[in-house]
Design a protein around this ligand. Structure first.
Ligand code: 5GP
Length: 198
């Protein structure tokens, strides 16, 4: 059994990553979604342990001190981090792991584990992104402006990712992500047992 691969999926807040990733998880077998820890408040409908592990700042700092995170970053005033142990356990069981993380975290994971595949999910346009963020209704106008500004900065790093997917339509975006994951498993280094024989 091959060890699973890790896939970073980054993209501006409001781009629709959660919708796309949920549809991807429903379609593909053997995929583990890494639940991040965060110090931000839960939004309506978000459950602890399902969408995020919601921690207070002191607990988050303790996890940092105990080296629990594969990566962590501050984003628009809150901490977010990927607990390492679940990622490693899933990969050991042959599962692919999805990390829905922003650029600073993506850089940390890539530098520690260069074989990680990174995918940037972009909105079809800035006006569409603003519309989606406003319609979501979860952030104040000031927070929305901060997220938009941050999205523009992140967009300038999109060329450093291995793949670039535009979420103009959920079905198309899911199909492209699915294809990327399948293609990564068709690399010769993933099939060395067959190539080199028994
Ligand atoms: P939101 O507050 O909208 O759920 O997430 C804000 C941003 O934080 C998103 O870009 C999301 O990808 C990112 N994020 C979520 N979890 C993590 C994490 O564990 N690490 C890092 N670096 N970013 C994360």
């Amino acid at each position: 059994m091959n060890r699973g691969r890790t896939f970073i999926v980054s993209g501006p807040s409001g781009v629709g990553k959660s919708t796309v990733l949920n549809a991807l998880l429903a379609r593909r077998q053997n995929v583990f979604f890494s639940v991040s820890a965060t110090t931000r408040a839960a939004r309506a409908g978000e459950e602890d342990g399902v969408h995020y592990r919601f921690l207070d700042v002191d607990t988050f700092r303790q996890w940092i001190a105990r080296d629990e995170f594969l990566e962590y970053a501050e984003y628009v005033g809150n901490f977010y981090g990927t607990p390492k142990r679940y990622v490693d356990a899933a990969m050991d069981q042959g599962q692919d792991v999805i990390l829905d993380i922003e650029i600073q975290g993506a850089i940390q994971v890539k530098s520690k584990r260069p074989e990680t595949v990174s995918i940037f999910v972009a909105p079809p346009s800035w006006s569409e992104l603003e519309r989606r963020l406003t319609e979501r209704g979860t952030d104040s106008p000031e927070k929305i402006q901060k997220r938009l500004l941050r999205a523009k900065v992140e967009f300038q790093t999109a060329h450093t990712y291995n793949y670039f997917v535009i979420n103009d339509n959920v079905e198309n975006a899911v199909r492209e992500l699915d294809a990327i994951m399948t293609a990564e498993h068709c690399k010769p280094q993933e099939r060395m047992e067959i190539i080199t024989g028994p």
